[in-house]
Design a binder for this molecule. Sequence first.
Ligand code: ZN
Ligand code: ZN
Length: 937
Amino acid sequence: MPHDLPKAYEPGAIESRWAEYWIKEKLFSVPTPAANPAGEGARATPVFTLLLPPPNVTGNLHMGHMFEQTQMDIIVRWHRMRGFLTLWLPGTDHAGIATQLMVERQLATEGKKRRDMGREKFIERVWEWKKQYGGNITDQMKRLGASVDWDREYFTMDENLSRAVREVFVRLYEEGLIYRGKYIVNWCPRCETAISDLEVKHEDVPGKLWEIRYPVVDSALPADGQPGAAVPTQFITVATTRPETMLGDTAVAVNKNDQRYTHLHGKKVLLPLMEREIPIITDELAQPEFGTGAVKVTPAHDPNDFQAGLRHGLPQIEVMDENARMNQNAGKYAGLDRYEARKQVIADLKARNFLVGTKDHTIPLGKCDRCGTVVEPRLSTQWFIKIAPMALRAADAVRSSEITIEPENNRQIFLNWMDNIHDWCISRQLWWGHRIPAWHCGCGEIIVARETPAKCSKCGKSELTQDRDVLDTWFSSGLLPFTTLGWPDRTRDLEVFYPTALMITGFDILFFWLARMIMFGCHFMQGNQQDPAIKAASGWNDRKDDAVPFRRVYIHALVRDADRQKMSKTKGNVVDPLDVVARYGTDAVRFTLAAMAAPGTDIAFNESRTEGYRNFANKIWNAARFMFMNVDRLSPDLKPGLPVLAGCSPAGCKLVFQATTLEDRWILSRFNRTTREVNEALGTFRFHEASNRIYDFFWGEFCDWYLELIKPRLNSSSDAQQACANLVNLFEASLRLLHPVMPFITEEIWHAMHDGKPPLKSLAFAGYPQVNDSQIDLTAETNMAILQDLIVNIRNLRAELRAEPRAKLPIQVCFHDEQTRILIFQNRVALEQLANVSEITEVDQVAASQAPTRGTTRFDVRVIYERRVDVAAECERLKKELEKIEKETANNQRQLGNEQFLAKAPANVVEGMRKRGAELVVLRDKSLAQMKELDCK
Ligand SMILES: [Zn+2]
Ligand SMILES: [Zn+2]
């Protein structure tokens, strides 16, 4: 086993080398599997499929991605190592608005505009942009070692996926689930497109509520019989936060039960500024208890007014254009921006005495999630999906646990949302995206088709124009679980890999994406059956419905900064994962994220933890070098083979792990216990428990104790070979245990162990350790605990006596039971080595009077040590120490006596200072006592 692990652990070099190797060797590519093995007893391979939530093609990898992908990669590698045919399917999303914005910005730097270029040229430009920059985020993923199948990488605008999108649209249209209509949508005047409710960010801002009075028609007393000079005597007062919309009012509504207005039913008001007569209607839109009980109705500019307008057949007057400028319907205000128009309208109302009052009012302002522009409710013709029938089936799938959602509280949130879902506006007024497969004819006919139609199906004319809109990005991404596997064709891939086993994603896209995947999956894959042999082998026989896009959903938490603040560019607290990776290595960052990933709890990312896990990697590295050094010292025919514990056992293996001593039985038992706990934790997404258990075992038990305990045997002539074999075997198994969390360092050491001739191309294919209950040994664990207890106590005593570290010292022990006595004498070598003991003297009682002792229920112990002391030097040291203590005491008391400080300081700080104060008193007494003992002057 000659191997050349460099002295220092340098993650950078190791990691890029393996990341490249995994891709070059196509290790994680999963070709379509052929039919299952035939014959009696033949068992199909279990399958595990996971779809990567596709990052936006415009994106760069941020901490959220890395956190999500770390969890996925751990689960994926864990399944692969347990013998699952594991497909992790990557891709990127064309991200309609985001990408279009990006390219528009690029054009702006060249002084060009999208509209001047024309649609075709612009789309070409976007594809060019995609070719140049679209691979950024996947390159970053590659560097971080995500074990995805790059051969199956997709882009949501790929031809095969686009074909599936058209197919879905046409089918839904034919089923009557897609309709086109004029509705109020959320409109971004900057992006010039409709956006979904989910893409609107709401923010409470201070604003105004203006009260305007509308004169009631015919309520005037004619003055001198001249109608024109009439002075109205009755008004209805309405309130609004958007006064400019009054220009489009087509009614005033009152509640039919509101006594105040009964006499006005059936009358009209004269809309101020526009001099338009509009009816007073009775509608539930008006609530007597709110404001004056009367409301203005603007069907073209408010969703509730729109519905009221439909109920009463009111005209819909649009007064703004797509950029939120007033249009010709706004009379003299035409051409003004909405906010300029607002000022002007207020001024005019005031001048003509229609403005009754102005109040401060908090407004829930909706802003475009992409560009931050205030969204304007706007009437426009859009395509919609009638969502209720699909939502019903999706909710059923979750209710009946055909799909399980974890953590559990997300399940209820999901169900509540599905029960209150609105029709989904799927059209977007963008150029970049899947264009709606509908063609308009001059005769008014709309033809929805899979391929461009040659002529109108109604009038036969051939001048057809395709609908200008594209589909909402989430429309195509909602189809990915089946379209990426070949749908609408019936493929072997679908049979094998669908339903996918798991979806790991964040809460923020629960509705955007997850809900849509479930709705589309349940609808389009209805009646689907997974290959029964594979389904059984994969452990899904308890699930009946194979239409669902995934069997399990795990909603992960968020990564925040070290102070638990949300990371945001404006706050400037964004931690760039690639930057942290450059400093500590991918393995250490992955371990940090995993070790903090308790389900349902946001992570406060703290670099000091990452530094700690880099030290952990370093510890493993040094342990490996220690192992290699020992193996190298053995003559070739004494060298152990590899590997032996559960998992792979290639031919040529020379020596298996044999538990001959207490430490062997103990470490084997601990290893199995850890293995069991780690497997259980990974099965329930308790990544933090899995990684912390591995950490405690590898560092705390394997490195700190086992390596030390077998050192004497490695140096003995009779036992070296078996001790070395045990060490190598256990090390190899521990690497397998750790591999899903730290894939790089484990791969590096494992290849070194096999001297470049590994039995498999990668540790990623070695078996994941599984518990062997017969190797769990309670007696060994109890005995080892006693031995460790004694060693730790001796070490503490030595520290207290300030014994020279290398000095071997005799001890006195009083055993309280025979079993402990035998145990300690059997393991006296361990004691001598690990606690630097020269001689063990058994006594009936450890005299406590002369020197410090330690005791437990099983033993009392004392270290015999007489220090030769340079009295003058020691007195000098003690004097200095005392001065320091007194200075700190003074400081401590001053602060604790300062009322101002006490009022301001956090409680835990004050508490800490009080504790320290008490400690200082003890330390001072100790120093004084020592000085007295030495007769210091
Ligand atoms: Zn916008
Ligand atoms: Zn026609």
